[in-house]
Design a protein around this ligand. Sequence first.
Ligand SMILES: [Zn+2]
Length: 187
Amino acid sequence: MPKDKTSNYSRLGYFLSEFGDEVFLIDASILFCKLCECKVNSDKKFNVTQHLKTEKHLKPIKREENKIEKKQQLLTNISQKSTFNIDLCKTLISTNIPLNKLSKVKFRQFLEKYTKNPIPDESTLRKLYVEDIYNETIEKIRNKVSNNRIWVSIDETTDVEKRFIANVIIGTLDIEHSGSILASMRS
Ligand SMILES: [Zn+2]
């Protein structure tokens, strides 16, 4: 094993070009792994390749890969969803029109005739769209509330099928002017 400085540098330089400068850096004739934030034994190439296989080194890489994979899934999820269906679902929910009205022939025909769009089934909206809209709405409410003080009002009632329903409404409390009412939810 060569011990003189020049060949040490050239060996480290070789490792750097071989394994990438996003993984390693050379610091005072030491090979340093950026991912593990530790010194790597660089006497032999074998030592370096061994380090690349250690669990400590692989963990952050896997975490990063998972993140990218999840992001891509989310993107394909979004791109596969139709804007028309998103808007239709939002409109129905925000105007208190039950999604099952889409199964009424007259209503479907009307929508199809004037929108020229294929009308999704109620189950399609429930499976693929409602959750996204719910999450988006909750996120909006969280952003609006942020650090403000809030008031909450809950009113219990029963629906036509005698199920207990709680209507929840929340708003922010402002000193200067009346606060905004953020949501009315049922569960
Ligand atoms: Zn490492």
